[in-house]
Write a protein that binds this ligand. Sequence first.
Ligand code: FE2
Length: 239
Amino acid sequence: MNRLFDFHTHILPGIDDGSRSVEESIAMLKELARQGASGIAATPHFYAQRSSPEHFFKERQTAWNLLKSRLRVDSLEIRLGAEVQYFEGIQRLEGLEQFCLEGTRLLLVEMPMCTWTRRMISAIIEVNSRENVIVLLAHIERYWQYWNEKALEQFREHGVLMQASTSLFVERRHKAIKLLREGKIHLLGTDSHNMDNRKPDMKQALENINRKNGEQLLLGLIQREAVVLNEMEIYMDCL
Ligand SMILES: [Fe+2]
């Protein structure tokens, strides 16, 4: 069975609007393993207006310690990261690299739900130009109504990556597959928050990609994951 890494989850307990307890986190983890996840990025929200980086990292560590103490040895790999909400001046924040997914240069950024201004686009490109950062735009399907091809083209030219939600492959399979084929989706995430209304849905997404000769698409995703997760030398060639 082909497995995919989940680049976007709110699996850490009690830190944001995601999992509400260690028990729920463990249930989510088991469900993701059952559904075909090869590993998980724990990406709690970071809002610069509400919290300092120091406070965020302290809270994240506390939540992680709680969960870690209850994990089995054969548990899925969990890497710590963050979902950083775009804010004015993001490109100037010192230590932004610390928000990258553990062991990688991937910085998951959530964009505003409005038409992106030139200033926002330049800020993201500036962040992406930092030596140790590759911006990964979170759940790109949420911004369709605000997209403009020019902005996307600029992002692509600068090597900004796009994460789509697995739900897109469940709800709008044709569109999702088209974007994947066109190289406009690079990595996937469930963005799962809990075990009721926002639970993991990776299995259906995997099946939908795999349908009708989708094997190559799946293998492409797995290959790209290996490159970003292992910081392989062929980085840019492969993306
Ligand atoms: Fe999220």
